[in-house]
Ligand binder design. Structure first.
Ligand code: NCD
Ligand code: ZN
Length: 344
């Protein structure tokens, strides 16, 4: 087998940023994905349907000619999101979901939700209108160890949340632990998860052994290998609860390689090839299409794509760096390493 043809995939979790960054991020993503959930953690965040529509136009202005890219927008949940915004999301053909960042959990989350119980009236509307709630699932208390923050979120926030709102549609974003994978498996069809390429291909040893590698630092942080193994198993199992979300999160080289480096891996340029690499390691390339091209659209209640892409068994080397901002390049995930499959 030297080629694989897939229905065109979608990325259900991507950070494109704004302004000058879009020159790099939009073409990188749009060359492989038809749709992407465009995360709203800009400065200031995208909080209303009107703001999301304006941001979508700024993204569309950077789509190369001849490429059909459909940005799917998401609002940023704050302590002050009005319950009425949910109906506006439901009625909008550009916005598909709302993203909850616990305040302080990650990049640009300062305006996130301080205590989820404060926003239960809005969540009630989400459940009623079946608007997906996208969760950054980590607790933020300073005394909780960074490697335990996802597990603690399941126990302390998600269990009570689902008890109160059993029909709520939830995507647990970028899961990193066996605990989260098993939690999702135990829930009904209304609970799903995205998985990134870095959490399938790497574990914390890659980041910390033999010197600290800031380009592997993302949130939630890479965990131990046993968790990586479980994520590989569920991603390649054909279970529709798990689907593709790169969490491609660009930060310029100077912001990653410093005493206090930013969290995020830039995977967009070779995202589908990175997933192919992981699925091939498991001998499960036949399961890539469901994960990458079917299950996310089905969960969101959107039509599956109709075009296809083809991957060929031809090694390519990921560039050591790419132009990004003025005089400040970006280092992509897998920089300088070889991938077995490439996009035709
Ligand atoms: C993301 C970013 O940089 O916006 N960073 C990351 O490490 N994943 C934010 C996020 O999704 O947590
Ligand atoms: Zn993210």
């Amino acid at each position: 087998m030297d080629t694989i043809t897939l229905l065109q995939p979608d990325d259900w979790h991507a950070h494109l940023r704004d302004g000058e960054a879009l020159r790099r991020t939009v073409p990188d993503l749009a060359k492989q994905f038809h749709r992407a959930i465009c995360m709203p953690n800009l400065v200031p965040p995208v909080k209303t349907v009107e703001e999301a529509i304006a941001y979508r136009q700024r993204i569309l202005a950077h789509v190369p000619n001849g490429i059909d890219f459909d940005p799917r927008m998401v609002l940023y949940f704050t302590d002050h999101t009005p319950a009425e915004e949910v109906v506006k999301i439901k009625q909008s053909d550009a916005v598909n979901a709302i993203k909850l960042y616990p305040a302080g959990a990650t990049t640009n989350s300062e305006n996130g939700v301080s205590d989820i119980r404060k926003v239960y009236p809005v969540i009630e509307q989400l459940e009623e209108h079946q608007v997906p709630l996208l969760l950054h699932g980590e607790v933020t208390h300073s005394h909780v160890d960074i490697f335990d923050r996802e597990k603690r979120y399941l126990d302390e926030v998600l269990v009570p949340l689902l008890r109160q709102f059993p029909q709520l549609k939830i995507v647990l974003e970028h899961i990193t632990t066996a605990d989260a994978a098993n939690f999702v498996l135990e829930q009904g069809r209304n609970v799903a998860a995205t998985i990134t390429p870095q959490h399938l291909l790497f574990n914390r040893n890659h980041m910390l052994v033999g010197g600290i590698k800031p380009h592997f630092y993302c949130l939630p942080i890479l965990k131990r290998q046993t968790h990586q193994t479980t994520l590989l198993e569920v991603a390649t199992s054909g279970n529709p609860k798990f689907f593709l979300g790169t969490d491609s999160a660009p930060h310029a080289q100077s912001k990653k390689e410093q005493a206090c480096g930013c969290a995020g891996c830039y995977s967009a340029p070779n995202a589908i090839e990175l997933y192919a690499q992981a699925f091939e390691q498991m001998g499960k390339l036949d399961k890539l299409e469901g994960f990458a091209s079917h299950f996310g659209a089905d969960f969101y209640g959107l039509a599956r794509n109709t075009k296809t892409i083809t991957l060929v068994r031809q090694s390519i080397q990921v560039p050591a760096q790419l132009d990004y901002l003025d005089n400040d390049p970006i280092i992509p995930l897998y920089a300088g390493q070889t991938l077995n499959w490439s996009l035709q």
